[in-house]
Design a protein around this ligand. Structure first.
Ligand code: SF4
Length: 292
């Protein structure tokens, strides 16, 4: 891993995400090295030529003045790359940020694939109503190992359970859903007792990793290649519509609230998680762009 320490002017960036006012990404690059990583665009902005997953910039920032000015603001930690990549164990930049902000009343959202977040629960629990989201897109460790170098699914599930038991809100982010490989309903059943929300997001194949994923499917799941060609070459959304319907039926039968493209943190008065589908996000964004 090529590590660079970098000074930055500020660690908090204003966000244009509808769900948060600010984002925090203490690292550029990510040692989880997911084959489908959307964040590889960072290479263009940061001048990195190295392969994704082989470099990490560790950020150092000036002391945050007056943390309480962020009271009531929502801050997402790890909006671009995982703030709990394995090097956080050594550099503790995410922990440092939490320490700096721990007297504030900011609303904290942390998205991760790592149980290293457990280390910081002492600080996280000082925030008013934090939420921790774990990405889990398979229960098959072999497929997971083919796709990323992050902690095992077993460890993620154990962490999710522990966090939920402590009364901290949790989300299981089933993303990205690989057509015919990710079994979303099995994952829902697995996490239902220890998550407040379940978000569903389909796999988008962006240009920089489209070939990698298509080759992977061809070599490892040739029986599903037809689905992938229909979806990603012929732009057929029939697969997602069918899956949406299947999940809808499952939810109706089992008493889950299932909604499409709603805000991620709907008030959840129920014992079961709210399931939110973001399959059509890209399409909705596209059609609103076309209308402008
Ligand atoms: S965990 Fe997220 S940022 Fe890190 S490699 Fe995977 S998709 Fe990219």
């Amino acid at each position: 891993m090529i590590i660079n320490k970098r000074s930055v002017k500020s660690i908090l960036s204003k966000s244009n995400l509808p769900i948060a006012g600010f984002t925090v990404n203490p690292y550029v690059g990510c040692s989880h090295a997911c084959k489908y990583c959307y964040a590889t665009f960072m290479k263009r902005f940061t001048g990195h030529k190295e392969e994704w997953g082989t470099f990490l910039d560790v950020k150092y920032w000036p002391k945050i003045k007056n943390p309480s000015k962020y009271d009531g603001e929502t801050i997402i930690i790890g909006s671009v790359t995982d703030a709990y990549n394995q090097y956080e164990k050594e550099y503790e930049r995410t922990r440092y940020f939490l320490e700096e902000m721990s007297e504030s009343n900011a609303n904290l959202i942390i998205t991760t694939k790592s149980d290293l977040v457990l280390r910081d629960l002492d600080l996280i629990s000082k925030f008013p109503d934090p939420l921790i989201s774990f990405s889990i897109n398979t229960l098959d460790e072999e497929f997971k190992n083919d796709m990323d170098d992050a902690p095992s699914i077993k460890r993620r599930l154990k962490a999710l359970k522990k966090i939920h038991k402590l009364g901290i809100r949790t989300t299981c982010f089933i993303s990205p859903i690989f057509p015919a490989i990710t079994d979303s309903i099995e994952i829902i059943k697995e996490v239902t007792d220890f998550t407040d929300y379940i978000w569903l997001e389909n796999l988008n194949l962006r240009a920089n990793y489209k070939k990698t994923i298509m080759d992977y499917v061809k070599n490892n799941y040739p029986e599903f290649l037809g689905f992938y060609e229909d979806i990603y070459l012929n732009k057929d959304i029939g697969f997602w519509k069918d899956l949406d319907e299947k999940i809808n039926q499952f939810c109706q039968k089992n008493g889950y609230l299932y909604v499409i493209d709603k805000e991620p943190f709907l008030n959840n008065p129920m014992e079961k998680p709210i399931i939110i589908n973001y399959f059509y996000h890209e399409k909705i964004r596209q059609s609103s762009k076309n209308k402008k």
